[in-house]
Design a protein around this ligand. Structure first.
Ligand code: CP
Length: 303
Protein backbone atom coordinates (compact mmCIF):
# COMPACT_ATOMS: atom_id res chain seq x y z
CA UNK A 1 0.00 0.00 0.00
CA UNK A 2 1.14 3.52 -0.66
CA UNK A 3 1.15 6.79 1.23
CA UNK A 4 0.67 10.01 -0.73
CA UNK A 5 4.22 11.22 -0.27
CA UNK A 6 5.49 11.58 -3.78
CA UNK A 7 3.87 11.56 -7.19
CA UNK A 8 6.82 9.35 -8.21
CA UNK A 9 4.86 6.52 -6.56
CA UNK A 10 1.84 6.93 -8.83
CA UNK A 11 1.55 5.99 -12.49
CA UNK A 12 0.47 8.35 -15.25
CA UNK A 13 -2.89 6.54 -15.40
CA UNK A 14 -3.35 6.88 -11.64
CA UNK A 15 -2.57 10.60 -11.77
CA UNK A 16 -5.20 10.95 -14.48
CA UNK A 17 -7.64 9.08 -12.21
CA UNK A 18 -6.96 11.60 -9.42
CA UNK A 19 -7.77 14.42 -11.82
CA UNK A 20 -10.95 12.74 -13.06
CA UNK A 21 -12.07 12.05 -9.50
CA UNK A 22 -11.31 15.66 -8.52
CA UNK A 23 -13.46 16.83 -11.43
CA UNK A 24 -16.22 14.50 -10.25
CA UNK A 25 -16.10 16.06 -6.77
CA UNK A 26 -16.07 19.55 -8.23
CA UNK A 27 -19.17 18.88 -10.31
CA UNK A 28 -21.13 16.75 -7.86
CA UNK A 29 -22.03 17.23 -4.25
CA UNK A 30 -20.56 14.18 -2.52
CA UNK A 31 -20.93 13.06 1.06
CA UNK A 32 -19.69 9.92 2.77
CA UNK A 33 -21.73 9.02 5.82
CA UNK A 34 -19.26 7.66 8.34
CA UNK A 35 -17.07 8.84 11.21
CA UNK A 36 -13.42 9.06 10.29
CA UNK A 37 -10.88 11.37 11.93
CA UNK A 38 -8.30 13.40 10.04
CA UNK A 39 -5.58 15.29 11.95
CA UNK A 40 -3.93 18.36 10.41
CA UNK A 41 -0.38 18.69 11.76
CA UNK A 42 1.14 21.88 10.37
CA UNK A 43 4.60 22.79 11.69
CA UNK A 44 4.97 25.63 9.16
CA UNK A 45 2.53 28.46 8.39
CA UNK A 46 -0.20 27.80 5.84
CA UNK A 47 -3.38 29.46 4.66
CA UNK A 48 -4.39 27.72 1.40
CA UNK A 49 -3.23 24.18 2.02
CA UNK A 50 -4.52 23.90 5.58
CA UNK A 51 -7.85 25.64 4.95
CA UNK A 52 -8.56 23.79 1.70
CA UNK A 53 -7.79 20.49 3.46
CA UNK A 54 -10.33 21.48 6.14
CA UNK A 55 -12.99 22.34 3.53
CA UNK A 56 -12.22 19.09 1.67
CA UNK A 57 -12.41 17.09 4.91
CA UNK A 58 -15.79 18.61 5.76
CA UNK A 59 -17.12 17.91 2.26
CA UNK A 60 -16.05 14.27 2.66
CA UNK A 61 -17.72 14.09 6.07
CA UNK A 62 -14.45 13.58 7.97
CA UNK A 63 -14.11 14.73 11.58
CA UNK A 64 -11.18 17.11 11.99
CA UNK A 65 -8.55 17.02 14.73
CA UNK A 66 -6.88 20.40 14.63
CA UNK A 67 -3.37 20.92 15.97
CA UNK A 68 -1.63 24.11 17.00
CA UNK A 69 2.10 23.63 17.24
CA UNK A 70 2.54 26.61 19.59
CA UNK A 71 0.26 25.01 22.16
CA UNK A 72 1.30 21.40 21.58
CA UNK A 73 3.74 19.17 23.43
CA UNK A 74 6.31 19.78 20.71
CA UNK A 75 7.05 22.87 22.86
CA UNK A 76 8.18 20.38 25.53
CA UNK A 77 10.49 18.67 23.08
CA UNK A 78 8.16 16.00 21.66
CA UNK A 79 9.31 14.87 18.23
CA UNK A 80 7.28 14.76 15.03
CA UNK A 81 7.40 10.96 15.22
CA UNK A 82 5.97 10.84 18.75
CA UNK A 83 3.35 13.43 17.85
CA UNK A 84 2.23 11.33 14.88
CA UNK A 85 2.19 8.12 16.98
CA UNK A 86 0.04 9.95 19.55
CA UNK A 87 -2.57 10.87 16.96
CA UNK A 88 -2.52 7.30 15.68
CA UNK A 89 -3.05 5.98 19.23
CA UNK A 90 -6.00 8.26 19.99
CA UNK A 91 -7.86 7.20 16.86
CA UNK A 92 -6.87 9.41 13.96
CA UNK A 93 -7.48 7.61 10.66
CA UNK A 94 -5.42 9.98 8.52
CA UNK A 95 -2.58 12.47 9.14
CA UNK A 96 -1.96 15.56 7.01
CA UNK A 97 1.54 16.86 7.77
CA UNK A 98 3.60 19.91 6.77
CA UNK A 99 7.08 20.20 8.26
CA UNK A 100 10.21 22.21 7.50
CA UNK A 101 12.47 19.14 7.35
CA UNK A 102 13.04 18.01 3.72
CA UNK A 103 13.13 14.37 4.81
CA UNK A 104 10.44 14.11 7.50
CA UNK A 105 8.58 11.49 5.48
CA UNK A 106 11.49 9.00 5.59
CA UNK A 107 10.90 7.90 9.18
CA UNK A 108 7.11 8.11 9.26
CA UNK A 109 6.28 6.31 6.02
CA UNK A 110 7.21 2.87 7.38
CA UNK A 111 6.30 3.24 11.04
CA UNK A 112 2.62 4.15 11.12
CA UNK A 113 -0.47 1.99 10.66
CA UNK A 114 -2.47 4.93 9.25
CA UNK A 115 -1.81 6.87 6.02
CA UNK A 116 -0.02 10.18 5.87
CA UNK A 117 -0.44 12.90 3.26
CA UNK A 118 2.47 15.20 2.59
CA UNK A 119 1.25 18.82 2.79
CA UNK A 120 4.79 20.17 2.32
CA UNK A 121 8.25 18.81 3.06
CA UNK A 122 10.87 21.55 3.47
CA UNK A 123 12.29 22.54 0.10
CA UNK A 124 11.76 19.06 -1.33
CA UNK A 125 8.17 18.19 -2.21
CA UNK A 126 4.61 19.58 -2.20
CA UNK A 127 2.65 16.88 -4.01
CA UNK A 128 -0.88 18.05 -3.20
CA UNK A 129 -0.04 21.50 -4.64
CA UNK A 130 1.31 19.72 -7.71
CA UNK A 131 -1.89 17.75 -8.20
CA UNK A 132 -4.06 20.88 -8.05
CA UNK A 133 -1.70 22.59 -10.50
CA UNK A 134 -2.03 19.62 -12.86
CA UNK A 135 -5.80 19.77 -12.54
CA UNK A 136 -5.74 23.48 -13.46
CA UNK A 137 -3.53 22.84 -16.50
CA UNK A 138 -5.62 19.86 -17.59
CA UNK A 139 -8.86 21.84 -17.39
CA UNK A 140 -7.28 24.31 -19.81
CA UNK A 141 -5.49 22.07 -22.33
CA UNK A 142 -7.03 18.57 -21.81
CA UNK A 143 -3.57 17.06 -22.17
CA UNK A 144 -0.02 17.36 -20.84
CA UNK A 145 1.96 15.87 -23.70
CA UNK A 146 3.85 18.53 -25.65
CA UNK A 147 2.76 21.44 -23.44
CA UNK A 148 5.61 23.93 -22.84
CA UNK A 149 5.84 24.94 -19.19
CA UNK A 150 8.29 27.33 -17.57
CA UNK A 151 8.65 27.38 -13.79
CA UNK A 152 10.05 30.77 -12.83
CA UNK A 153 11.46 32.16 -9.62
CA UNK A 154 12.98 30.79 -6.45
CA UNK A 155 13.67 27.28 -7.78
CA UNK A 156 16.29 26.32 -5.20
CA UNK A 157 14.03 26.96 -2.19
CA UNK A 158 10.78 25.78 -3.74
CA UNK A 159 9.16 22.42 -3.04
CA UNK A 160 6.46 23.38 -5.55
CA UNK A 161 9.08 23.70 -8.33
CA UNK A 162 10.49 20.24 -7.69
CA UNK A 163 7.15 18.41 -7.40
CA UNK A 164 5.84 20.12 -10.53
CA UNK A 165 8.95 19.83 -12.69
CA UNK A 166 9.34 16.07 -12.21
CA UNK A 167 5.63 15.25 -12.37
CA UNK A 168 4.88 17.42 -15.41
CA UNK A 169 7.81 15.83 -17.23
CA UNK A 170 6.45 12.40 -16.28
CA UNK A 171 3.07 13.41 -17.75
CA UNK A 172 4.73 14.38 -21.04
CA UNK A 173 5.12 18.16 -20.76
CA UNK A 174 8.29 20.04 -21.79
CA UNK A 175 9.62 21.66 -18.61
CA UNK A 176 11.92 24.69 -18.47
CA UNK A 177 13.20 26.66 -15.49
CA UNK A 178 13.96 30.36 -15.19
CA UNK A 179 15.61 31.98 -12.16
CA UNK A 180 18.05 34.56 -10.89
CA UNK A 181 21.52 33.09 -10.34
CA UNK A 182 21.07 32.82 -6.55
CA UNK A 183 17.77 31.00 -6.99
CA UNK A 184 18.97 28.28 -9.39
CA UNK A 185 19.41 24.64 -8.49
CA UNK A 186 21.78 23.06 -11.00
CA UNK A 187 21.16 19.56 -9.63
CA UNK A 188 17.76 19.55 -11.36
CA UNK A 189 17.77 17.95 -14.83
CA UNK A 190 15.84 20.71 -16.61
CA UNK A 191 17.13 23.47 -18.93
CA UNK A 192 17.27 27.08 -17.75
CA UNK A 193 15.92 29.81 -20.04
CA UNK A 194 15.56 33.56 -19.51
CA UNK A 195 12.26 35.15 -18.46
CA UNK A 196 12.16 36.90 -21.83
CA UNK A 197 12.40 33.55 -23.62
CA UNK A 198 9.88 31.99 -21.25
CA UNK A 199 7.11 34.52 -21.85
CA UNK A 200 7.28 34.01 -25.61
CA UNK A 201 7.42 30.24 -25.86
CA UNK A 202 5.43 28.76 -22.99
CA UNK A 203 1.81 27.63 -22.81
CA UNK A 204 1.97 27.74 -19.00
CA UNK A 205 4.06 30.17 -17.00
CA UNK A 206 4.27 29.09 -13.37
CA UNK A 207 5.64 31.85 -11.15
CA UNK A 208 7.06 31.14 -7.69
CA UNK A 209 7.32 33.26 -4.58
CA UNK A 210 10.75 34.46 -3.48
CA UNK A 211 11.01 32.62 -0.17
CA UNK A 212 12.53 35.36 1.97
CA UNK A 213 12.30 33.18 5.08
CA UNK A 214 14.59 30.51 3.53
CA UNK A 215 17.18 32.91 2.05
CA UNK A 216 20.43 33.73 3.84
CA UNK A 217 20.63 37.01 1.93
CA UNK A 218 17.31 38.85 1.80
CA UNK A 219 16.10 40.11 -1.56
CA UNK A 220 14.94 43.71 -1.36
CA UNK A 221 11.29 44.19 -2.21
CA UNK A 222 11.94 46.75 -4.93
CA UNK A 223 11.05 46.70 -8.57
CA UNK A 224 14.60 45.66 -9.52
CA UNK A 225 13.85 41.95 -9.10
CA UNK A 226 10.57 42.39 -10.98
CA UNK A 227 12.26 44.18 -13.85
CA UNK A 228 15.09 41.67 -14.15
CA UNK A 229 13.35 38.37 -13.46
CA UNK A 230 9.63 38.86 -12.81
CA UNK A 231 6.47 39.15 -14.89
CA UNK A 232 6.08 42.81 -15.79
CA UNK A 233 3.17 44.17 -17.82
CA UNK A 234 5.50 44.53 -20.80
CA UNK A 235 6.53 40.87 -20.64
CA UNK A 236 2.93 39.69 -20.15
CA UNK A 237 1.98 41.37 -23.44
CA UNK A 238 4.49 39.11 -25.25
CA UNK A 239 2.89 35.88 -23.99
CA UNK A 240 0.97 33.75 -26.49
CA UNK A 241 -2.76 34.53 -26.54
CA UNK A 242 -3.73 31.10 -25.16
CA UNK A 243 -0.99 30.99 -22.49
CA UNK A 244 -1.99 30.87 -18.84
CA UNK A 245 -0.36 32.08 -15.68
CA UNK A 246 -0.08 30.08 -12.45
CA UNK A 247 1.31 30.86 -9.00
CA UNK A 248 0.96 28.62 -5.93
CA UNK A 249 0.72 31.71 -3.66
CA UNK A 250 1.20 33.45 -1.32
CA UNK A 251 2.29 36.12 -3.79
CA UNK A 252 4.89 38.83 -3.31
CA UNK A 253 3.08 41.47 -5.33
CA UNK A 254 5.46 43.61 -7.42
CA UNK A 255 8.35 41.22 -6.72
CA UNK A 256 7.80 38.16 -8.92
CA UNK A 257 4.66 39.59 -10.58
CA UNK A 258 3.26 43.05 -11.24
CA UNK A 259 0.30 43.44 -8.87
CA UNK A 260 -2.04 44.32 -11.76
CA UNK A 261 -1.43 40.91 -13.36
CA UNK A 262 -2.47 38.82 -10.37
CA UNK A 263 -6.09 38.84 -11.52
CA UNK A 264 -5.52 39.41 -15.24
CA UNK A 265 -7.42 37.43 -17.85
CA UNK A 266 -4.76 34.74 -18.25
CA UNK A 267 -4.26 34.30 -14.51
CA UNK A 268 -5.58 31.05 -13.01
CA UNK A 269 -4.20 31.79 -9.54
CA UNK A 270 -7.53 31.79 -7.70
CA UNK A 271 -8.77 28.89 -9.84
CA UNK A 272 -5.79 26.92 -8.51
CA UNK A 273 -6.96 27.58 -4.94
CA UNK A 274 -10.50 26.46 -5.80
CA UNK A 275 -9.14 23.30 -7.43
CA UNK A 276 -7.14 22.64 -4.26
CA UNK A 277 -10.32 21.62 -2.46
CA UNK A 278 -11.30 19.05 -5.10
CA UNK A 279 -7.78 17.71 -5.64
CA UNK A 280 -7.41 17.19 -1.87
CA UNK A 281 -10.81 15.48 -1.70
CA UNK A 282 -9.60 13.11 -4.42
CA UNK A 283 -6.30 12.47 -2.65
CA UNK A 284 -7.82 11.81 0.80
CA UNK A 285 -10.61 9.55 -0.39
CA UNK A 286 -8.25 7.61 -2.68
CA UNK A 287 -5.67 7.09 0.06
CA UNK A 288 -8.32 6.06 2.62
CA UNK A 289 -9.67 3.53 0.11
CA UNK A 290 -6.15 2.32 -0.74
CA UNK A 291 -5.65 1.54 2.96
CA UNK A 292 -9.09 -0.11 3.25
CA UNK A 293 -10.08 2.43 5.92
CA UNK A 294 -13.09 3.92 4.22
CA UNK A 295 -14.57 0.62 3.04
CA UNK A 296 -13.83 -1.03 6.42
CA UNK A 297 -15.70 1.70 8.33
CA UNK A 298 -18.63 1.55 5.93
CA UNK A 299 -18.89 -2.24 6.25
CA UNK A 300 -18.68 -2.07 10.10
CA UNK A 301 -21.54 0.40 10.07
CA UNK A 302 -23.77 -1.94 8.10
CA UNK A 303 -23.06 -5.11 10.14
N1 CP B 1 0.49 27.22 -1.88
C1 CP B 1 0.60 26.96 -0.54
O1 CP B 1 1.10 25.91 -0.12
O2 CP B 1 0.08 27.95 0.25
P1 CP B 1 0.06 27.92 1.83
O3 CP B 1 1.50 27.99 2.32
O4 CP B 1 -0.75 29.12 2.25
O5 CP B 1 -0.56 26.62 2.28
Amino acid sequence: VRHFISLDDWTEAEIMSFLQLAEHYRKASFYIDQQLFAANLFFEPSTRTKMSFIVAQRKLGLDILDFNEEFSSTQKGESLYDTAKTFEAIGANLLIIRHQDDCWTDELRSKLSIPIINAGAGKKEHPTQCLLDLLTIYQEFHRFKGINIAIAGDISHSRVAKSNAYTLQKMGANVYLTAAEGCKDYSLPFPYISMDEAVEMTDVLMLLRIQHERHQVAYDKTTSYLDKYGLTKQREKRMQSHAILLHPAPINRNVEIDTDLVECERSRIFKQMNNGVYARMAIMSSVLKEWGIMDEKISEKHQ
